[in-house]
Design a protein around this ligand. Structure first.
Ligand code: SF4
Length: 220
């Protein structure tokens, strides 16, 4: 497993998409942040369209915190892409939100032991703010219907007291995918999709004369 190194911790905040009020990527109602960029290339990665450079939202960390504070979401889920490659930018955002009583859940392609062993201060700073961590890359050969995860190698780590009540209740099935229109009229999905979901949705749309051009979890 490749450990996140200081040279791979980018200072800039590169956000591909944000959605509020999501109930499929963590406990309760959450704001989900998909950061752009991941140096891995796992086969079957559902975030493939946002692994490289591309369009990002014009939003500062301060604006992002304020925007989330304006919602009734109990916390933020940071997905991607690889959040720990942007740990320097994300750690103060996560800290500010937790100080304001919101929770933080993070998805990472790195396993927990490698994050703990990282020599990068920003990685430690971001990990320190995580209430929940879903670790490990998506493994297409171990795809499974699991709570908040796409493959059986991935683990949910309860890292703070906040969600200790969930600790014995994390082995359930997946909770599906939310589909909605965003404020720009684009179709957006959020969640861990079952096998064949994306191709099936695309075929269904095409039968009805719609062409979906994927950009992460958003189709324009
Ligand atoms: S680590 Fe995660 S986001 Fe990165 S390519 Fe693999 S599955 Fe995709």
């Amino acid at each position: 497993m490749t450990q996140p190194s200081p040279t791979r911790v980018m200072p800039l905040l590169q956000v591909a998409h944000i959605v509020h009020g999501c109930r499929t990527l963590g406990p309760g109602s959450r704001t989900v942040l998909w950061v752009r960029g991941c140096s891995r290339r796992c086969t079957g990665c559902i975030a493939a369209p946002i692994l490289d450079d591309g369009p990002v939202l014009a939003i500062t960390p301060e604006e992002l915190v304020a925007r989330i504070q304006d919602t009734e979401d109990e916390g933020i889920t940071i997905s991607g892409g690889e959040p720990f490659e942007q740990a320097e930018a994300l750690a103060p955002i996560a800290r500010a939100l937790r100080s304001a009583g919101r929770s933080v859940m993070i998805y990472s392609g790195h396993v927990y032991a490698d994050l703990v062993g990282s020599q990068a201060p920003a990685v430690a700073a971001l990990l320190e703010e995580a209430d929940l961590l879903v670790d490990g890359p998506f493994d297409q050969t171990r795809q499974a219907d699991l709570l908040w995860r796409g493959s059986s190698n991935q683990r949910i780590h309860v890292l703070s007291h906040r969600y200790q009540c969930l600790a014995g209740d994390l082995d359930g099935p997946g909770v599906g995918v939310e589909i909605r229109l965003d404020d720009q009229g684009r179709l957006l999905w959020a969640g861990v999709p079952p096998v064949g979901f994306v191709s099936s949705l695309r075929r269904t749309a095409e039968v009805r004369g719609l062409v979906l051009s994927a950009s992460g979890g958003v189709w324009a």
